[in-house]
Structures are given as structure tokens and as C-alpha cells.
Design a protein around this ligand. Structure first.
Ligand SMILES: [Ca+2]
Ligand SMILES: [Ca+2]
Length: 554
């Protein structure tokens, strides 16, 4: 991903800016339940040390002397600021990631871990578009500037496959890992390379379809919709054709009665900001026959015998055609929507009925003080297609086809083989991914987003209600995410070496097509050609073997 991006560059129409600033001013400030955070920290220490062979020295002393010298013990416990007895006194760790993935560390966990261990942490924030190169350069030049790397799980083929990340299993055996079985199987898979954990899951990812419940349940609008399309307003839409109809119906008029017009649908569409995942959401429906992984079912990216890319198939072209069609019912400025701009517009601007994004929009809906959609959003898994391309028999199958897809694959946290403080680094990543600190990340209570549920314990509705979520919304939101990530047929994202390059090319041709300079047919043909070149440059046989291995096929 060589193209630099600028998250702050909100190049939307003035109408949107006006909407956002006005609504921001009207909204009340969000309230974070500080008491819950404090209670949580205490609970978290237990989880973090549970099963650990490296409990603090002071605790050990207490156990040995407690029957005889209770008073002395108390004195020692109080004087925790002294330079003796903390395990990582004088050890400094450097953690690199994007700004928003470092947010939970900045807001809470850095200080917590430093106080627990005596170590110190330096955070290095790198823009998303530059992160891959920055870390890869550090590896190949053997600089070793980073101990801990928080990175998109899809890069594990390059990072662990290249031999740059520690195999964590020996550390887990020696120092323990809290509630291993609590990790969602799909998220664990992402962090594995060659069957061994070379990172820990730090995030669980999939796209959801968001929709404005308040608007779609308006009886007057429902009546008009039925008159126009001949069927009931689909809540939620089950196919992309239905999404199209809803988007068209609500596009370009004032459906919330605030005197300004709104639009049908919005999604991430800007070059260099993960727009290709929106396209992959559609490709998964039109080009992948639902089922277990075989060459012709449940297989999204390459032929399992030849490594021929599947993105040149008619189902992928159909998917892109639908994406172009949907873009007609979006706010002006859609092509400037990266994830930041989209979230601003959809959550703080309330500009569209339907939105497509990761779980972060649900967090922003409830936690962002400037949200204008609090309690108004519905959540659904990706809609399916009313037909799917049968590559084997070269024909369309006219039936409903729906696949869940773990877009992006979630962020992982790993240790550089070049680190000089690997034990401390393991201690830190173990702390960060323990049930309690990570629940605070996933449920948005710290005011950060990006880390979405990846442990079964993250789905505890009561905890989300404490964080400020409405109970019914929390149930719906968590229910959908859990359903997607525990679906045995949920399609895993691409994670072979070269993923960054493959996706950059797909993203580039998608951008040309959305801009109207290239047809969907030509865009997908060009993308396929580029993928072939990348495969050849990396070694076709090698890539094929790794692709099969990444799907668990011998
Ligand atoms: Ca309006
Ligand atoms: Ca995420």
C-alpha cells in the first residue's frame, strides 16, 4: 500500500460540513462512566496474572510471610513506587501502529502496564497507508526499532511468513495466557502462521450493514415504498437488489424533516482507504457459491489448482456493476469517503439511510458525543445476491446466495524477532489482550474504536450496557457480529504474502471504475491481469501452496 493517505482530509460537500458542525453543536457531550473503568482495571489484573508464572515478586513475598508479619506486608504493599521489585524496571518497549489502534494504550493501558511492571512504553503512530512499508523497512534493514507491532492480520503472510515475528506458543507455555479458549476460532486463525500463533488477536473484524430504523419504519414512507416497488420495505434488506431499491427510494430528499436533503446509501469509496473491502462484500455474494471450501464453493480469491485469480469472473464484474449502481444514490463527495469521512458523514452527519462498515460505526453511534444516530441504527449481516456465478459450469445459478466475510481479518499484535526485550513485550501483549482490558477496547468505553469483539467474553451484553449502549441495540449488534464470526462457512480474508500489493491493485482499478473512466468489465480484467503478475513475481507454485495452506487445504 504505497499510496499515502490523509485521514484528516474531509473533502465532502459544504452541505455535509454544515450539517455536521450544526449537529455537533446541538448534541450533548458524552459521558464516560469513570467508575466502571476503575473497577475494571482491578478485575483485569486477576485475568492478566491468572495462569502466569511471572507474578510480581511482592505477591510471592506476601505468601511466604503472611502468617507472621502481616504489618510488614502492608507497609511493603503501600510503597509500590520504589525502584525495587518490579519486573521490568528500566525496560523500554516501543509499540508501532496507526494512531487509532494505539488509542486504548494512550488512554489507559500504557499507564496501567507501566505501573504494574515498572517498564515504560513509547508509542509510534504511523498513518495506515505508510504502516506496511515502515514496518517492513525496519525488518529488512534489521533496525529493530519496534518491539511490538499492531498490524492488520492479513499481513501475517509477509510478517510471520518472512520470519520477522516471534512464534508466541513457547511464551504462552512458559508465561501463560488468560482464557485461551475464550478467543473466537475465526480470530485465532488470523493470528496463526504455519499452525502456530505468531501474534495474538487484538481485534475481530467483519463488515455489517447498518440501516436507519427510525426512517425505514416510518409508516408513510413504507406505504410509498410499497407503491413504488411492489413489496414491503425490507427491514433489513436481504439482497443487494433490495439495498439498491431502498437507496434509490431515500436518495435526494429531506426524510428527517430538518430542512436539508439526505441520501440513500454511503460507504467507503476513496482510493487508498480500504474501499476494496466494500467491493469484496459484493463479490462474496455474486461470485462465491455458499458452502464448505472446495475449488468451486466457499473459495473467493484464487483457483485451488492453478492460482488463477477469480476476480475476472462474471460474478465479480456483476458485483462491481452493483457497486457503481449504488454509488448513484450516495451523497455527493462519496469518492472522497475514506473510513474517517464515511463515519463522520454517516454517524455525525446522518446523511444516509444505509451504511456499510466494520463494527466501529455501532460504537460511534453510542459513544461519540457528536453522534446524531444514537439508538436509531439497525444492524444486519451482509445482504446476499439473487444469483451467483457458477465458475465450474460457466453459468448463472438463479438462487439466493449469501456469504459472511471476515473483511480485513482484524488487527493482530506481534513481537519483532529483532526486539531486545521479548519477555517484557510478551507480558505487554498478554496484558492488552486479556479479557478485561480488551473488553474496554471492544466496547468503546475508552472513546476509542478499531478493536472489535474477538473473545466470547466480549459479547456480555451487560458490560456493553455499562459502557453506555442501549440494551436492545447491544443485543442486536453483538448478536449479528457473533453470528458472522462463528459461522463455519464465514469466508476468511486473504492472508498470503503479497496481500498488500494484490489489494492495492484491486483498489486502484475500483477507483478508476467509480470515477467513470473505466467500465466494470475492463476494471476487473485489468485487476485480474495485475494479480497474475504479482503471483508470477512471487512464485506461482509457492503462492499456490501458501494459498491452499491459508485455507487449511493440504
Ligand atoms: Ca433532512
Ligand atoms: Ca476492527
Amino acid at each position: 500500500m504505497t499510496k499515502k493517505e490523509n485521514n484528516q482530509d474531509i473533502s465532502n460537500e459544504s452541505i455535509l460540513k454544515k450539517k455536521i458542525s450544526r449537529r455537533t453543536a446541538l448534541s450533548t457531550a458524552g459521558k464516560i462512566a469513570v467508575g466502571v473503568v476503575v473497577a475494571g482495571v482491578v478485575a483485569g489484573v486477576g485475568g492478566y496474572y491468572a495462569g502466569s508464572a511471572a507474578a510480581p515478586a511482592k505477591t510471592t513475598t506476601v505468601e511466604k510471610t503472611v502468617t507472621k508479619t502481616v504489618e510488614k506486608t502492608v507497609t511493603e504493599t503501600v510503597t509500590v513506587g520504589t525502584p525495587t521489585g518490579k519486573r521490568f524496571e528500566g525496560v523500554k518497549l516501543t509499540v508501532v501502529s496507526t494512531d487509532w489502534l494505539l488509542c486504548p494504550l494512550k488512554k489507559a493501558h500504557k499507564k496501567e502496564w507501566e505501573e504494574l511492571t515498572g517498564g515504560s512504553i513509547e508509542l509510534v503512530a504511523v498513518p495506515y497507508g505508510a504502516l506496511y512499508e515502515k514496518v517492513m523497512t525496519d525488518f529488512v534493514t534489521k533496525t529493530g526499532a519496534y518491539d511490538v507491532i499492531i498490524y492488520p492480520g492479513g499481513w501475517i503472510g509477509d510478517f510471520a511468513g518472512g520470519g520477522w515475528l516471534e512464534n508466541l506458543e513457547p511464551y504462552m507455555e512458559k508465561y501463560g495466557y488468560p482464557l485461551k479458549a475464550d478467543i473466537l476460532p475465526g480470530c485465532r486463525k488470523v493470528a496463526e502462521w504455519g499452525g502456530k500463533l505468531h501474534s495474538l488477536p487484538y481485534d475481530g473484524d467483519c463488515h455489517l450493514l447498518y440501516y436507519r430504523k427510525d426512517v425505514m419504519t416510518n409508516p408513510e414512507y413504507q406505504e410509498d415504498f410499497k407503491k413504488k416497488y411492489g413489496y414491503d420495505m425490507p427491514i433489513p434488506p436481504k439482497t443487494w437488489d433490495q439495498v439498491r431499491d431502498v437507496a434509490e427510494f431515500f436518495n435526494g430528499w429531506d426524510w428527517d424533516g430538518d430542512g436539508e436533503k439526505e441520501y440513500g446509501i454511503a460507504f467507503i469509496a476513496k482510493r487508498g482507504t480500504q474501499a476494496q473491502w466494500t467491493l469484496l462484500d459484493l463479490i462474496a455474494q455474486y461470485n462465491v457459491i455458499h458452502g464448505p471450501i472446495t475449488n468451486y464453493t466457499g473459495n473467493m480469491f484464487f483457483d485451488l489448482e492453478t492460482m488463477e485469480p477469480l476476480i475476472g469472473e462474471p460474478g465479480a464484474v456483476e458485483a462491481l456493476k452493483m457497486m457503481v449502481e449504488l454509488s448513484k444514490y450516495a451523497p455527493p463527495g462519496l469518492l472522497g469517503y475514506g473510513y474517517s469521512e464515511f463515519r463522520e458523514a454517516y454517524v455525525k452527519g446522518g446523511v444516509a439511510v444505509i451504511g456499510i462498515d466494520w463494527g466501529d460505526v455501532g460504537i460511534m453511534e453510542w459513544m461519540d458525543p457528536a453522534s446524531v444516530v444514537k439508538g436509531k441504527l439497525g444492524y444486519a449481516k451482509l445482504p446476499g445476491a439473487s444469483k451467483v456465478w457458477d465458475r465450474k459450469n460457466k453459468k448463472w445459478i438463479e438462487k439466493y446466495n449469501q456469504n459472511n466475510f471476515a473483511d480485513f481479518g482484524g488487527w493482530c499484535i506481534g513481537i519483532s524477532v529483532l526486539s531486545k526485550n521479548k519477555e517484557a513485550a510478551y507480558d505487554l501483549i498478554k496484558y492488552l489482550t486479556s479479557p478485561e482490558p480488551s473488553l474496554r477496547d471492544a466496547s468503546g468505553i475508552l472513546g476509542c474504536w478499531g478493536c472489535n469483539p474477538y473473545r466470547f467474553s466480549h459479547f456480555d451484553v451487560d458490560e456493553w450496557v455499562k459502557s453506555g449502549f442501549g440494551r436492545k441495540s447491544a443485543e442486536e449488534y453483538l448478536g449479528v457480529i457473533r453470528e458472522i464470526l462463528s459461522d463455519p462457512y464465514c469466508i476468511s480474508d486473504l492472508k498470503i504474502p503479497g496481500r498488500v500489493e494484490y489489494y492495492d491493485k484491486l483498489d486502484a482499478h475500483l477507483a478508476e471504475c467509480l470515477a467513470g473512466t473505466v467500465s466494470p468489465e475492463d476494471a476487473m480484467a485489468a485487476a485480474k491481469e495485475d494479480w497474475e503478475k504479482i503471483t508470477d513475481s512471487l512464485g506461482r507454485e509457492k503462492q499456490l501452496k501458501l494459498y491452499r495452506a491459508s485455507l487449511g487445504i493440504a
